[in-house]
Design a protein around this ligand. Sequence first.
Ligand code: HEM
Length: 456
Amino acid sequence: MSATQQQVPIAERRPASGHRGLADASLVESLRVLAAGVVPALLRGLFSPRRMAMKILTAVNADGRAVSTLSALRSKYDGDGIRLLGGRIVVLWGAGAIREVLDNSAQTYAADAGAKAKGMSHFQPAALTLSRDEEWRDRRAFTEAVLASSERVHPFARRFLAVVDDEVDRMRIGETLRWRDWERLFDHITLRVVFGDQARCEQRLTALLEKLMRQSNRVVGLRHGDDYYEFYGEVERLLRDPGPESLVARIAGAPQTYTTRVVQQVPHWLFAMRDTLGANAYRALATIVSDAEISERVRLELQGADLSDPDSVDGLRDVEGCLQEAMRLWPTTPLLARETTTETTLSGERLDPGTQVMLLNVFNHRDPDDLPNADRPAPERWQREQRDYRFNHLSNGTQDCPGGPLVLLLGKAAIARLLAEYSLTLEHPRLESGEPLPHMLDFFETRFSVDRRDLP
Ligand code: HEM
């Protein structure tokens, strides 16, 4: 488990009970849940978000519809969740049942099946996240050692903060900050943090990964071709020359065997830092600058901060709460899927091997009946030291995100550094201060008008 495990919220909802059961949804209800909760995730792109699909899904408020559909079923059945299509699929909302699944992830509940595994195998067939049992333990130990998952602050944090500082300095923003500016910022940060400063301009590598991930969205008809071999050739070249205090510089000291497949673990660090963290931090910026009260709290917090000091950045609890809230409100992993590897019981009910178990984050994070002020940003939710298994933007349990501490460090640093240098106003979309936030925030279309602050 990563250090972010200690950093999570709440017990605002009813306590997780032991055996609250799984109700059987009718065929019509089953199809409705799949249409509202699963189809949009596939259309959006499981691996690389599709710009046009995102625009359309936002226009029709697809995630808002998912919340209404699931909310109606939850009111009808309560319990820990529902069985769809005669029990082939289970959708969970009860915190206790979600915990049962996530605490036994990579064993009884494996993530290496279904559409995710098919698509991800196209660019990362030996990924940690697609592993189970002994293979998973081997790759997990390696990954945790490189990412320093059990430490709140990575041992190379000081250099990583210097990279963020330098990259924000080098940004050429005009009067408007757009997604492509932010994406470029995270492209450079990622290449330098993962491989070292000499890799700053290896955009061929990130472009190849993006291309492979776009292809993976298809899920079917995939095979390894020239792009795959060229991509791994490039990764191997960069691994031969690790920059000082980069992530790959830690590989030599990390536990590894033939099973680890070191090179295959690197792509996850790249896309999760560049794309996933980039999108979440951008949404957090929008959340901060559009809310007068939060904006003021963050401004006061940043007044005393030294953004070159890892402990100071670690202590930015308001900025951290805003990043966590952006991830909760608009989870970049809209659903987590697992498959039972053996017959088991869940919430007191028997499940066959091969049952698909789904956690619909877009619903669970915004369940209006169970979470006070579900649609409002409340950074203070994240100040308490208790985990809530219903919030899974970084997942929980055995297979939680081992990059959690890095996410918080780099995300907070980038947000704080940008706010220290620029005064931003959210131009699009319009979010009203103090009002409930929309169910979808299309980061591709989000833009800010920018004024440079007069720095001393
Ligand atoms: C805001 C950014 C990020 C978010 C929202 C995020 C979210 C997640 C989630 C939800 C999972 C569980 C997926 C599943 O079980 O299906 C996961 C797993 C993982 N994440 Fe992250 N992640 C982020 C950034 C990172 C970074 C920066 C790294 C590495 C540098 C990373 C490395 C991993 C790895 C290796 C796994 C697989 C863990 C396992 O299967 O044991 N993530 N992440």
